[in-house]
Design a binder for this molecule. Sequence first.
Ligand code: ASP
Length: 325
Amino acid sequence: MLIIASSNGAIGIDQAMNALKNGGSALDAVETGIRLVEANPAEHSVGYNGYPNIVGELELDASIMDGRSLNTGAVALMRGFPYAISVARQVLERALPHVLLAGAGAERFAREIDAEQWEEMLTEEIQAVWRDRLEDVGARGLIARQADDGLELRDEAPLLDWVKLTTDPERVLGTVNFIAIDSAGDIASGVSTSGWAWKYPGRIGDSPIIGAGNYADNRIGACACTGMGEMAIRAGTARSLVLYLKTGLSLDAAARRAMEDLRDLAGDYIGGMNLIALDKDGGHIGLSSRAGGSYIFQTEDMDSFQEREREVVTIPMRWAGEART
Ligand code: ASP
């Protein structure tokens, strides 16, 4: 039994391992671990109290994949339900003919299955961070006006230039990744995120896109990503890594190849990428486009998780066409 996770999964990995030790499946472990991250108010890139989009709304994306069957469930742009991973799992479990529900439809589904709904998804502190960010960039006058009870946005507020007004995703990235192998040798992977802070309303990242930010196949292995989701969507990163493994490459070589595909992307907006991956025999790895990153792992005979440095495959970053360090 093995669990690997992005380092912000530390709050959930113990309980995820307990789920496995108590006979739970890899899917159970992934959901258990991610729920604890989603509920953590100190984690601002996942679930409750994540950074909102540019109009101050928290839109959550999540996906989960069952490596036994390649069945999957995902939700995107979901508001008001903190446990996006559990709603995603129900998309999988309820045997719908669909794999991805977004926006109002995802929320409707969440209500139908009685998913936990919270009235307030942001603390005052995070709402203040959002307001300050708008002020910092001088956007407040453009897209918002002061109402008695706080900021109110004009419906017709022009947001097309939002990307110049806010920030690049590198300063406000984050997502949680969990991948587990259970006692039966079955693999599952899960990803949950609030996406880029200050993203354009309706923007969907790689986390709920199977093959981009998440992929698991019992016969081969699994991969999950955090970083600039647009890149993982364009390169099909998680699926690419698993496919490279399938062709016979080692885990290390397959992971590097998937990162190199990202490095080869053209375009004006190229940011960072991080991935974790394992093979069906329990080998695991973490990679990042920047030095200093780590991921965590735990096997059934370990009392607590260990942290391991991610290997680096440098991807030169560009923002609005300009090179960035
Ligand atoms: N991959 C996420 C997204 O693009 C964000 C992140 O991992 O930081 O939505």
